[in-house]
Design a protein around this ligand. Sequence first.
Ligand code: GDG
Length: 494
Amino acid sequence: MLSPSGKRLLIVSNRLPVNISGAEDDWTIHPSSGGLITALEPLVRRCRGTWLGWPGCSSEAPLSDLLREFSDRQEYTLKPVVISEEEIEKYYLGFSNRTIWPLFHDLLGHCTFNSEHWEYYQRVNERFAREIAKLIDGDDFVWIHDYQLMLVGHFLRGMGVDVRLNFFLHIPFPSCDLLKRLPWRQEIMHSLLEYDHVGFQTTNDRRNFIQCLKRLAPEAPVKKYKRKAEVLVEGRTVRLGTYPISIDYNEFNDFAGSNDVADAAWYIHENLPDLRLMLGIDRLDYTKGIPERFLAFERALEKYPDLRGKMALVQIVVPSRLHVPEYQHLKGELDALSGRINARFSSQGWVPIHYMFRELSRTQLLGYYRACEIAIITPLRDGMNLVSKEYCASSIDNNGILILSEFAGAADQLSKGALMVNPYDCEVTADAIYAAFIMEPEERQRRMKTLRAEVRRNNVQRWIEWFMESDTVGHEAVDEQAESPAEQPVSHTR
Ligand code: GDG
């Protein structure tokens, strides 16, 4: 089957959607998790497409056999891009995760600027481009993903590839003042202009990109339309669109109602009886605001003593990027903070923070979504945040309460039903925790119904259609001022 665009589908991302583990002659391959994979895996499976990326395993693994076995099982093809350990160190852990990631998440203090890392970023992006060039012809829908691969467009054009190239940025795009700190800002901006179509999560990200263009590539005129823009570059038109990523609502809604998930949820509550549970689930990442959340919960326990003995924060942290020093440091900080707060407030039979550092199975994940009456999702900055949408889709009794950061991309769509907080504001977040604790059932139902309707309407299929069919959407010209910051990109009808 072809993609909704009528073409063969080629997805390109830094990582293939698999985990390969083992040693000697005992290796296994299984699907991995993560925001990008959650959104794209069902599409590539449905279209029997191809996914190109780094397999993330050591060179001893019997790679071709494992990938063939997985491709046969999942009915789509995996193609590896081989990257050495040194390249991973400098291209991925270095430039991608210690320069671009913090810079694009407005956390300049976490950035390192290292020209050797930049050299490796270019080198690996060029390798991805070579592998893509070997695979494609003019009939493919080529869709390149995320901040690790921003230069691939530049290298593909340099190799004479002239097929349409699509790119989607899963993380925020920074303001011009921030991007200007990057010594290689010109190269990044000009490479992004080599794609034919660039998608952003929010209107704010796309607006930041256009502001950067005006300052860093003023020779490229920008035409603005209501929900997209076009840049004219050397006779070509580059389309810039806003496409808030989402989830498969029906899949979460249906699975949340299954016996397996109900059993998992029952088991969680059995072990934490008579408590109002508040859930946090995040990859280990300083952008997710986990220490700030612990401190806000501590403040709530101080300020509202009736929470003590009646509420618990269940915080699941999924291990991630543990080779990067900032992430190791964050892990230590979380261990210490949760220990200190628990030592301060625990009483006979009650512990305020249940903190687990592990990955959950999908059944357990949904079990937690169903068992916890409140979800607290308070990133300091997030491209979108799919966990917030999954929590709503899994709240089949309309009973959950979502506390959400105003700096998550998802805030554009979920602010009407969620309790919105500034995660840097400990007092306000503590107050929101208490407001959730005492919220009346009618208000919970009303808010959650609003949230679920929003996630159901703007689901991942719609995200894919919006992106793939964007060429056919009507264009309605507006001037820059008319594109107000309050624009809600998801609520438009097509
Ligand atoms: C990036 C951007 C953007 C989490 N823990 C477990 C688990 N997960 C799954 C969730 C969800 C995904 O991982 C996490 O997605 P997020 O969107 O919340 O965050 P990132 O991984 O940082 O994703 C983000 C996203 O890309 C998509 O564009 O929204 O802003 O940073 O699907 O369910 N899955 C399982 N066990 C876990 O323990 N099975």
